[in-house]
Design a protein around this ligand. Sequence first.
Ligand SMILES: Nc1nc2c(c(=O)[nH]1)N[C@H]1C(S)=C(S)[C@@H](COP(=O)(O)OP(=O)(O)OC[C@H]3O[C@@H](n4cnc5c(=O)[nH]c(N)nc54)[C@H](O)[C@@H]3O)O[C@H]1N2
Ligand SMILES: Nc1nc2c(c(=O)[nH]1)N[C@H]1C(S)=C(S)[C@@H](COP(=O)(O)OP(=O)(O)OC[C@H]3O[C@@H](n4cnc5c(=O)[nH]c(N)nc54)[C@H](O)[C@@H]3O)O[C@H]1N2
Ligand code: SF4
Ligand SMILES: [Mo]
Length: 755
Amino acid sequence: MTTAKTACILCSRNCGLEIDVVDGHLKKIRGDAAHPSSKGYLCNKAARLDYYQNHADRLTHPLKRQPDGSFVRVSWDQALGDIAQRLTAIRDTHGGDAFAFVGGGGQGNHLGGAYGRQLLSAMKSRFVYSSLAQEKTGDFWVNGRLFGAQNCHPMEDVEHADYVVFIGANPYQSHGIVNARDVLRDIKNDPNRTMVVIDPRRTETANQADIHLQLRPGTDAFLLLAMLSIIVRESLHDQAFIDAHCTGFEQVKAELLAVPVADYATRADVPLADVEGVARGFAAAKRGCVRVDLGTQQTLHTTLNAYLEKLLYLVTGNFGQSGSNNLHTAFLPLIGNTDETRSKPGRSLKLTAFHKMMPIGGMYPPNILPDEILKAGEKRIRAVVCDSSNPMLTYPDSSAQEEAFRALDLLVVVDIAMTETARLAHYVLPAASQFEKLEATGFTLEFPKNYFHLRHPIAQPMGEAMPEPEIYTRLLETMGVIPKKFPLLIAMARNEPGITGHLGYMTALGLTLSRKKRWAPYGASIMYRTLGQTLRHAAVAPMLPIAMAYAKEHAVAVRRAGHKGTSLTRGANLFRAIIQGESGAVISRHEHSEMWSLLKTPDQRVHLHVPEMVEAIRVLSKEVPATDAFPFVLMAGERRSYNANQIFRDPAWRKVDKQGALRIHPDDASALSLANGDMAQCKTERGSLEVVVEIDDALRRGVVTLPHGYGVSFQNSKPIGPPVNRLTATSHCEPFSRTPFHKYVPAAISKLNAI
Ligand SMILES: Nc1nc2c(c(=O)[nH]1)N[C@H]1C(S)=C(S)[C@@H](COP(=O)(O)OP(=O)(O)OC[C@H]3O[C@@H](n4cnc5c(=O)[nH]c(N)nc54)[C@H](O)[C@@H]3O)O[C@H]1N2
Ligand SMILES: Nc1nc2c(c(=O)[nH]1)N[C@H]1C(S)=C(S)[C@@H](COP(=O)(O)OP(=O)(O)OC[C@H]3O[C@@H](n4cnc5c(=O)[nH]c(N)nc54)[C@H](O)[C@@H]3O)O[C@H]1N2
Ligand code: SF4
Ligand SMILES: [Mo]
C-alpha cells in the first residue's frame, strides 16, 4: 500500500485528496487538509473514485474498428501510422478546415489538451468544439464587452459575502464554489448573512436559503430586469463606484427605467414584494455577490441573462472587493479571447462553413457540429479527433450527432474507456487515467489568492495506455511536422546548471523556434521531448514558459505568494514550487485594489453599455409568452448526488437514484395517475424515453427534471438510466451563442402501463 496525494476529478473544484492505493485500487479516500483551497473538504462522490479508475470498460490497447463494427487490437505504431497518413491526406486534399478537434479536457484533465490542440496547427485548422461552448460562451462574450477580453472571467467570493444570490445554480449538489456544503451551512447559521436562491425548483441549496424565488423557468431576464429597474428607480445603485470604475451607465439606466416592473414580476411569477425585497437587500448589502450556472446559461435568453446578472453586481458596486464578484488570474489558458474586430474580410477570425459562426473564447458550439459535418458540402468537416468527451451522450441531439459522426471519413477517440462515441471511431486510443499520469486543470478561479495543483501519478497505466502528451507528440512526429530528435536542445537542457533557472535552455529554444518558424506551434511537444527528459515528469516541461509569463505579468502578487528571485528567475522558482507542491501551490496573492489591473479595456473601466444587449432588452419587451404544444418544461440534465458528467461508466458507483428518475410535482403526477416508481414516457420534439417516476414537491407544477450523466451503455448494455440528449434538438438553442436550452425542453409525459 502507498499513500499519495492527488485531487478529485469530478468537478471544477478539484478538491485535494489523500488516497491509500493498493494494487492499483483507490482504497481509502480522504480530503487533503494541506490543499490550499479545499483544506480537507470533499463531497460524497469522491469516495467512489475507484469506479472511475477500475472498471470493465477501461481501454488497455489501441483498437481499430472493422467493417462489421467490431474492434481489433493494433500496435501503437500501426494506429498512429495510419491515422497520420489519413489526416495528412485529408488536409492535403480538402484543406485544413476539414478537421475539428472535439473536447480537450473535462473536469480534471487539461494538461493533455495543450498537446492535443497542436494538431490544429498540423492540420491547418482552427475548429475546436467544446462542451464549454454548450454552457458558458454567452457569458464569455459579455465578459469580452464589459471587461475587454472574453477570458476576463469573474468569480464570486461566496465565502466572505454577507448577501449571496444564487441564480440557476445548485451548489449543494453541483459545487462550483469553495467547499460548498460547509460554506452554505455557515451562511445559513449566521443571522447577519442572507442567501437568496432563484430557481424553479426548491433545491437542496434553496432549502438552506433565507429567500427562495421560485420563478417560472426561462424568465430570469424578466426577473433580473425588474430587480435592476427597482434599483435605479429607487437610486439604490452605487454612483460613486460607477463614477470611479465604469462607463456607459446613463444609457443603461435609461433602458432600466423603462422596464415595466410589476409586469415583469408577473411574467416570472414571483410576488412583486419579493422582487423588491431582494433588489433592496442586495443593493444595501456591504459585501454581496451573485453566482449563476446552467439554470441561466442553458435556458432562454442565455447571453442577455449573463449581461443582466453582471449588471446586478456592477451597478451596486459589488465588484473588486472581499465578498463580492472579482476577476481572477488564469494559469493555464483554458479560455481564449476572440477579438471580434478581426472578423473583417481577410482577417484571421474563422467562421464555420455552414452556420458562418465565429468562435467565442476560441471555441465553437456542439449544437452546430452535425450540420458542419453533414451539410457544408465540399467544405464539410471530414475528420475529428475527440478527446476527453463523450458527445454521443453529452452533446445535444444524440441521433443527429450519431448520424454526423458516422459520416466522418476519420474519427479518432482518445479516452480511458470504451464510450458510446468510441464505438463509432475508426481508431480508439487508450489514454492513461488521471491517476496514472501527471495532470492538472485550468480551473484556477480564485482571487485574491490563486493556486495551481499539479497532480503526480499514483498508479501505473493500464496495459499499453499512454498519457496524452506522449500520444500527441508521437502523432506529430509520425505526421512529420516535427523531427524526432532535437540534439542541441537536449544537450542544453542536460548540461545547464540548475542555478540559471533554465534561462539558457529557454534562450536556445527561442532561437530554434525563430529560425524554424514552422516548428513554433509545437513548442509543447518540443519541450516535452527535450527539457522534459531532464525532469521527473516530462509532461510538465511546457509549464516553464507559462510560469515565467505568469510571474512576469503578476510579479508583485507572485512575490507576495512567497516565490523569490529576480524578474529573470522568479518564473523558474514558481515552476519549481508547482512541481514540488504535492498538495498544490499558491501561485499569487493580490490585494483587492489590484483587481482593476486584470481588466483588459484600454481605459481599465467596465464598459456597461453593450449595444447588442440594450437591443435585446428592447426585443424582450415585445416577447409574447410561448404557447408550446407540449404541456411540460423538462429540465434535461439536473445535477444530483450521484451524477458526475459522463466520467463514471460503471453504474455500481451509485448508491441511490440508480435509474435516474424523472421528478414531477405531486399534483401533476396525480393528474396523470402516476405514483412513485411507475414507468412513464417522456416525449419531446426529438424523441422519447421510458423513465421511472419520482414524485417531488420541490418542483413547480408543469416542470419535470431528468438527471445529467446517465444513459451509459456499460459493457455495451442497453442504456442505464435516461440518455437525456435523445430528447434535445440541435436547433433548440440561443440564436447568438448557440448554447442549448437544455433546461427548457418542451415535453409531454404519459403513464406507461406495467407489462
Ligand atoms: N453532482 C454533480 N455535480 C456537478 C456535475 C455533475 O454532473 N454532477 N457537473 C459539473 C458541471 S460540468 C457543471 S457545468 C455544473 C452545473 O451546475 P449547476 O448549474 O448548479 O447544475 P444544474 O442542476 O444543471 O442546474 C442548476 C439549477 O438550474 C435550475 N434551473 C433550471 N431552469 C432554470 C431557469 O430557467 N432559471 C433559473 N434561475 N434556474 C433554472 C435547476 O432547477 C437547477 O437547480 O455542475 C458541476 N458539478
Ligand atoms: N442535456 C444535457 N446535456 C448536457 C448537460 C446538461 O445539463 N444537459 N451538461 C453539459 C455540460 S455543462 C458539460 S460540461 C458536458 C460534459 O460532457 P463531456 O464534454 O462529454 O465531458 P465528460 O462527461 O466530462 O467526458 C468524460 C469523458 O472523458 C473521459 N476521460 C476521463 N478521464 C480522461 C483522461 O484522462 N483522458 C482522456 N482522454 N479521457 C478521459 C471519460 O472516460 C469520458 O468518456 O455535458 C453537457 N451536456
Ligand atoms: S465532486 Fe465533490 S469532492 Fe470532487 S471536486 Fe467536486 S466537490 Fe470536491
Ligand atoms: Mo459543465
